[in-house]
Design a protein around this ligand. Structure first.
Ligand code: SOE
Length: 382
């Protein structure tokens, strides 16, 4: 057996995303034949005890408590950023300047300005870069992309997408600090617009092309929450819910909605696309199924097909078990690592790149602006 080239990973952050990424780095080479073998070289976070225990659990060879020391290390090839949003830009820009490959959790920056600086840094350094918009790599979603690329839908008329959760309804939930920084806009940048709608938008731009203009509304249902770091009540500055309508460059119309106040929904990411010849829909709670309607079918038999995306000729599935057996959420991250390693080996671009992540931020910025101005807003960067 030929020895694979090693690619040494330095992870920043050990929360929920640190776990999904670490698992993906460990598993990718076991299921995909890749030109590089990711090695968990170092993990970095501020709390020395907790970072040591994380390193032990996941098999990281060493720890750092200062991300600058991590970026300065000669034995690290790739910096993977899984820390809160307010840290992304500084770390990514320093990593690019140090000549490292960079992977970054979504959203890329807190604003399009931050994201643009990150794009400029990786492009000036010429280093491979990717944003973890993992849901693109659900096999059923990748299959939908293939069907669209095969032009089975004809002209697209409509796109609609939602991301519904319910975990912030309690008035007693604090904001800020570890675990709850998503509720503090100074750290996260925004509420559900940057955290949830960003997923819907990334996927929509990829599947249906650029968005030209948006008209949005946002709402903060709970106006004050105790801050975990100060123990005092502070105004809530995030958007709890965000909805917008928009026009795509291809002439189609769309509706988007995200909220953390849809009682009973935990992570209901849905999408539907309606074209002249076909329609399709998908939802994350049933992630291995793609619903597909093709108007060219014989009229007597025409109807929605419920396709179980688990067969060997479905995207990614030949690398997993046997037809009919399902995979899940964590596999989307594994696919992302596999595609990244393959692209680096082939010296090919990888998506979503930082530039793709910036395109999403131009839309989220326009959404937040439109919610304030109560006007239609143009999306920059088109
Ligand atoms: C928020 O609850 C969250 O964890 C997002 O931050 C993730 O990006 C999303 O995939 C699931 O929900």
């Amino acid at each position: 057996m030929t020895q694979k080239k090693q690619l040494n990973v330095g992870l920043v952050g050990y929360g929920f995303m640190g776990r999904t990424h670490s698992n993906a780095f460990l598993q990718a080479g076991r299921f995909f034949d890749l030109p590089y073998r990711p090695v968990l070289k170092a993990v970095c976070a501020r709390n020395p005890e907790r970072v040591a225990s994380f390193a032990e659990n996941w098999g990281y060879e060493s720890i750092e408590t200062d991300w600058q020391a991590l970026v300065a290390r000669k034995d690290i090839d790739l910096i993977d950023i899984a820390s809160p949003n307010n840290t992304h830009a500084e770390i990514a820009i320093a990593a690019a300047k140090a000549g490292k490959m960079v992977m970054c959790e979504k959203p890329l920056g807190r604003t399009a300005d931050e994201a643009l600086a990150m794009v400029e840094a990786v492009e000036a350094a010429g280093v491979p870069n990717m944003v973890w918009y993992n849901y693109r790599r659900v096999p059923a979603v990748m299959m939908l992309k293939d069907l669209l690329d095969e032009d089975r839908f004809g002209r697209i008329f409509h796109y609609r997408s939602q991301f519904l959760q319910d975990w912030t309804i309690s008035q007693d939930l604090p904001q800020g600090g570890e675990g709850l920084w998503r509720l503090d806009a100074s750290v996260s940048g925004s509420g559900v617009t940057g955290d949830l709608l960003a997923h819907n938008i990334d996927m929509a731009l990829w599947l249906n092309g650029p968005i030209v203009e948006v008209s949005a509304m946002t709402q903060t249902f709970i106006k004050e929450r105790k801050h975990s770091l100060t123990g005092e009540m502070h105004p809530v500055t995030i958007d709890d819910a965000s909805a917008f309508m928009c026009r795509f460059q291809n002439g189609s119309l769309a509706l988007f909605e995200a909220t953390r106040y849809a009682r009973g929904h935990k992570a209901l990411f849905t999408l539907e696309i309606n074209g002249e010849k076909a329609s399709a829909s998908w939802d994350l709670h049933d992630l291995h199924r793609l619903e597909y309607f093709d108007h060219r079918d014989e009229s007597r038999l025409r109807g929605w097909k419920d396709i179980h995306i688990t067969d060997g000729d479905h995207p990614y599935m030949k690398n997993w078990w046997v037809p009919g057996l399902q995979i899940g959420y964590e596999h989307t991250f594994i696919h992302q690592v596999a595609d990244f390693m393959q692209a680096v080996g082939d010296d090919k671009p990888i998506a979503p790149s930082f530039r793709d992540g910036l395109a999403t931020e131009y839309v989220t910025d326009a959404v937040l602006k439109s919610a304030t101005t109560k006007q239609w807003e143009k999306v920059l960067g088109n």
